[in-house]
Design a protein around this ligand. Sequence first.
Ligand code: AMP
Ligand code: ZN
Length: 439
Amino acid sequence: MLKINNTLSRKVEEFKPIKKDEVGIYTCGPTVYREVHIGNFRTYIGADLLRRVLIHNGYRVVHIKNIVAEAIAEGKTPQEISEHFTKLYFEDEKKLNILPATHYPKASDHIKEMIAIIKIILDKGLAYETEGNVYFDVKKFKNYGELSGNTLDKMDQLLKAVRVSVETDKKDSADFALWKKADKDRLMKWESPWGEGFPGWHIECSAMSIKYLGDSFDIHTGGEDLIFPHHEDEIAQSEGATGAKFANYWMHSGFLLIDEEKMSRSRGNIYTIAELEKNLPAGRQGFEPLAFRYLTFMTHYKSKMNFTIDALQGAQTALNKLREFIVQKGLPKGEAEEFENKFYRALDDDLNMPKALGIVWEMIKSDDYTLPNKKASLLRFDEILGLDLHMAQGFLANKKEEKIPGEIIKLMEERNALRKQKRYLLADQWRRKIIKKGY
Ligand code: AMP
Ligand code: ZN
């Protein structure tokens, strides 16, 4: 029986789905105006783990993940920018073995739905319009603060926590925008009953989760920074509009840190998957995206996790050891029953992956089961781990091929030296030598 730490109740609760054998999950997705970083991916891997454990528990999962486009001036149109980074995002998801969502709705395709919800909220008297802006009237929603603890009686803290408060036409600084009037030079804007404008930050998730999962659904996920104001405001808008309970369970991941600071674009301390694969600090070989996936499993999803290249190296080594275990002679057969029970029990206990990983290694070292039994169990565990262990042979073979012999490295260095001395004809000869040797 699966238990989840529900941010809403601040308790580890038994998971009870709305429908008998189907679970709806909504994940606040990536903003695609730049590369998505590995901190973001830690959160998406957490949602993927949840999904795989639900599937193991016999549920069909409908998983919705929105794609957030944002208009910025980079010489390209916002659409070109978001298309480019959406493509990169999907490639990274694939490399990390994150199961593709059932739908990836885009905010810009759901403006009509957003306007419809805003109209309902206005009709119910929960919002007001001021010259082309529409604001949610937080005081009118009695459960405000239920998720984050930022209730209205804690107004002082609330105001400090609200990101920016440039809107001066709000009745109350805690109110938040549902629709904003667009400046003349803004690229992404739409017609609405309140004039030309664009939706507020939170309304897209309400509109799209309701459209694809219904007024009430099972689990909403995201990183811990989204609890307030984003998710608090999603609840206020959605429940304000539908009158129904929005999401039953809220699952929030802890931050990925670097030097004990949150990894974020604005701090400039990010790594991307591509960087892990290639451009690492001098002298370091690239790592596999799956090594990062493994690394995230070493910390409970809800705890903060400090990222270091050394830790990633450790994860890469562990991943390779799992592969070496799998490629040993002997067909997988039967199971290592005791370890299977323990493995799934750890995951059912609020996705305790560090514990489950410990059980994997305990099983590998154990003498109580045969190699075929242990292999069979490990391959089954991999349906949740998502480390492609069934392809271990191929990964290990590739690794060997990629090892460049010393002779070739020497030729490459000589060629670089020749190029530096501008002796291009000779450098070209060296290049041909390298190619001739098959590199
Ligand atoms: P954003 O693109 O900033 O909206 O973030 C997308 C998702 O990644 C959200 O669920 C965030 O909460 C999450 N996120 C952002 N930064 C981090 C981080 N350093 N560690 C873990 N999750 C993060
Ligand atoms: Zn969202």
